[in-house]
Design a protein around this ligand. Structure first.
Ligand SMILES: Cc1ncc(C[n+]2csc(CCOP(=O)(O)O)c2C)c(N)n1
Ligand SMILES: [Mg+2]
Length: 252
């Protein structure tokens, strides 16, 4: 299905955990994290946590090993592989970070299924320390959206994605997410698009309280089984519609 673009949030959508939290807890940094939380913006705080791990002699490979232990629901793996095999364009828009996301996806053989990952960028410096920066430069280009955290407006990412993908014809978007940061991009979806909010999570609550603001079709899901079933049904119904259009345009 060349015309379908599927945009996944990462934490509590693709994985059932929060990747930042996972590393902080597993690496025994909870106390330091809580102590510094009121003093630093989120990305700086995570960058500081990586400095702490580096000073303890923990390498980036050690951090990757920790991330490999994050469980991934088998039906979510299946859903991603099926959607990719059906020719959909899969992307991630996440307020986690590039290194954590790539380490987890690589471990499960899923990284190649995604054409793009928009998230907070990372690099390994000359000393072998993992550095994490905000997606939007807070000082030089504030995004000005009051729905989103300062480091990332996912709505802006959706708008950019829409512009770049529409060059080769009309595309339909399916957006899957759970968090408050997924509300702004949901507002940017159009009538032909679909949003899949995770039931009883903040995005679902916000949509339920403001249904008139959402133009896209809304389809809730709770767990990996439901995500797979609903997503594949949506893709299936769109390909039937697409075949019908091709059929009617050929016979008319
Ligand atoms: C004020 C403030 N509080 C917390 C955060 C961090 N944060 C928010 S949601 C989330 C999960 C990200 O993954 P996903 O988008 O994949 O669900 C994270 C790490 C922030 N940037 N600003
Ligand atoms: Mg999330």
């Amino acid at each position: 299905m060349a015309g379908i673009v599927i945009l996944f949030d990462f934490d509590r959508t693709i994985i059932n955990d929060d990747s930042d939290r996972w590393v902080v807890v597993e690496m025994g940094l909870t106390h330091l994290f809580n102590q510094l939380r009121p003093t630093l913006p989120w990305n700086s705080l995570m960058d500081r946590m990586m400095e702490e791990l580096h000073s303890q002699g923990i390498t980036v490979e050690g951090i990757a090993e920790c991330l490999k232990r994050v469980p991934l629901h088998p039906q979510i793996i299946a859903a991603i592989k099926s959607a990719h095999a059906l020719g959909c364009d899969l992307r991630i828009i996440s307020d986690a970070n590039q290194f954590f996301i790539e380490a987890i996806l690589k471990h499960h053989g899923l990284l190649g299924c995604f054409s793009e990952i928009d998230t907070n960028p990372t690099f390994v410096d000359g000393k072998g320390r993992l550095r994490i920066s905000p997606y939007h430069d807070l000082a030089s280009s504030p995004h000005g959206c009051n729905l989103c955290p300062p480091n990332m407006c996912k709505g802006l990412v959706i708008e950019r994605t829409r512009t770049s993908i529409s060059e080769n014809g009309k595309k339909i978007m399916i957006y899957l997410g759970d968090g408050g940061g997924d509300f702004c991009p949901s507002l940017k979806l159009e009538k032909a698009d679909h949003v899949m909010p995770r039931k009883n999570f903040p995005l679902w609550e916000r949509i339920r309280n403001n249904p008139m603001l959402i133009k896209a079709g809304v389809h809730e899901w709770s767990d990996g089984e439901e995500l797979e079933r609903i997503l594949l049904q949506l893709i299936d119904s769109m390909s039937i519609e697409d075949n019908f259009k091709t059929f009617t345009s050929t016979v008319s």
